[in-house]
Design a binder for this molecule. Structure first.
Ligand code: SAM
Length: 285
C-alpha cells in the first residue's frame, strides 16, 4: 500500500471510501512524512516494542509504526475507518485493529494479552478533545508503560512541562511529572494536518519513571491537596486547603506543616514543587 505520509495518497484513500471527517472525534490526519518520522524516531521504536496507537485514523502513522515495531495494537473509535484501516494496513501482519473507545478498554488486560504484562509504548496523534482523560487514565491505572509519545495541543504540552511559579503550572503538570519525565520534542504547524486544526501542536514524550524519585506515603492524599490548591489558584495555600474541607485538615494543621517546611503562612500552592507537595502530604496524614 502506498505511503500515506504523501498527501496525494491520503486524498486518494479518502476519495475511494467517500470518507467524511467527524469533528466530534477530533479527526485531523497527519499528511507530513517528516513529522511522522520524527514521532516514530522520538518514541525510539524498535522491533522489541509492542505499541498501542490510540486513534489510527486511516493508518498513516500506523504504517510507520508497523515498519519498525514488533507489534502494533490500534484502537479506533470510528467504525467507518475500520474497512479503510484493513485496506491501508493489509501488507502488515504485526498489527491488530480494535474498534473501540479507548476510554472504555481495560488497557492492563491489553498489555497482558499482547505483551505478557511487560511495558508497552503508547504512540498517538491524539484527538485533542480528550487528551487529558486519556493521559490521566493511562497514568492512574498503572498500565505497564515505557513511554507515551503523543501529538497534542501545544498549550497542553506546555502545561505538562511547566514548573512552579509559571502561569502554565498546575495539577496536570504535577500529575504528569509525578509519573513521568516529560520532554517536548518538537512543535508542529497546523499545515501538517488535514483538515487544519485551529491550534498549534507539539509532540511530547513522557518517559515513565522506573523508580519514582518522589517518595510520598499517600499518593491519593497528595493529589487531593494538589487539586484543592489549584482549584483556588489566587488564594493562599492555607485558605485553599482549609476551604476544601478535607477531613482532619484544618487551618491549624496546615499552618503547622508550613512552619515545619519553613514556608511562609501566605505561600500560594503554585509556588510549591512536587517534592514540597509530597512532604506536605506526609505531614498532614
Ligand atoms: N493517527 C491518525 C493520524 O495521525 O493521521 C489520526 C489522528 S486524529 C487526530 C485522532 C483519531 O482518534 C481519529 O481517527 C479519531 O477517530 C480517533 N478517536 C477519537 N476519539 C477516540 C477514542 N475515544 N478512542 C479511540 N479513538 C478515538
Amino acid at each position: 500500500m502506498a505511503d500515506l505520509g504523501n498527501i496525494s495518497n491520503t486524498k486518494r484513500v479518502l476519495e475511494k471510501y467517500g470518507f467524511n471527517f467527524q469533528k466530534k472525534f477530533g479527526q485531523n490526519f497527519l499528511i507530513d512524512a517528516n513529522v511522522l518520522e520524527n514521532i516514530v524516531d522520538g518514541a525510539g521504536i524498535t522491533s522489541d516494542d509492542v505499541v498501542l496507537e490510540i486513534g489510527p485514523g486511516i493508518g498513516t502513522m500506523t504504517q510507520y509504526l508497523c515498519e519498525r515495531a514488533g507489534f502494533v495494537i490500534c484502537v479506533e473509535i470510528d467504525k467507518n475507518l475500520i474497512p479503510i484501516l484493513e485496506d491501508t494496513l493489509m501488507d502488515y501482519e504485526n498489527k491488530e485493529i480494535i474498534n473501540a473507545d479507548v476510554l472504555d478498554l481495560d488497557l492492563n488486560e491489553l498489555a497482558v494479552r499482547y505483551n505478557g504484562g511487560s511495558p508497552i509504548k503508547v504512540v498517538a496523534n491524539l484527538p485533542y478533545y480528550i487528551t487529558t482523560p486519556i493521559i490521566m487514565g493511562l497514568l492512574e491505572s498503572h498500565v505497564p508503560l515505557k513511554s507515551i509519545t503523543i501529538m497534542i495541543q501545544k498549550e497542553v504540552a506546555d502545561r505538562m512541562q511547566a514548573g512552579p511559579g509559571t502561569k502554565d503550572y498546575g495539577a496536570l503538570s504535577l500529575a504528569v511529572q509525578y509519573y513521568t519525565l516529560p520532554e517536548v520534542l518538537t512543535t508542529v504547524s497546523a499545515n501538517c494536518f488535514m483538515p487544519r486544526p485551529n491550534v498549534d501542536s507539539s509532540v511530547i514524550r513522557l518517559t515513565l519513571h522506573e523508580d519514582n524519585p518522589t517518595k510520598v506515603k499517600d499518593e491519593e492524599l497528595m493529589f487531593k491537596l494538589i487539586r484543592a490548591s489549584f482549584n483556588q489558584r489566587r488564594k493562599t495555600l492555607v485558605n485553599g486547603l482549609t476551604n476544601a474541607g478535607l477531613s482532619g485538615i484544618g487551618k491549624d494543621e496546615v499552618l503547622k506543616a508550613l512552619e515545619e517546611m519553613e514556608l511562609s503562612a501566605t505561600v500560594r500552592g503554585e509556588a510549591l514543587t512536587l517534592e514540597q507537595f509530597a512532604r506536605l502530604s506526609d505531614l498532614l496524614m
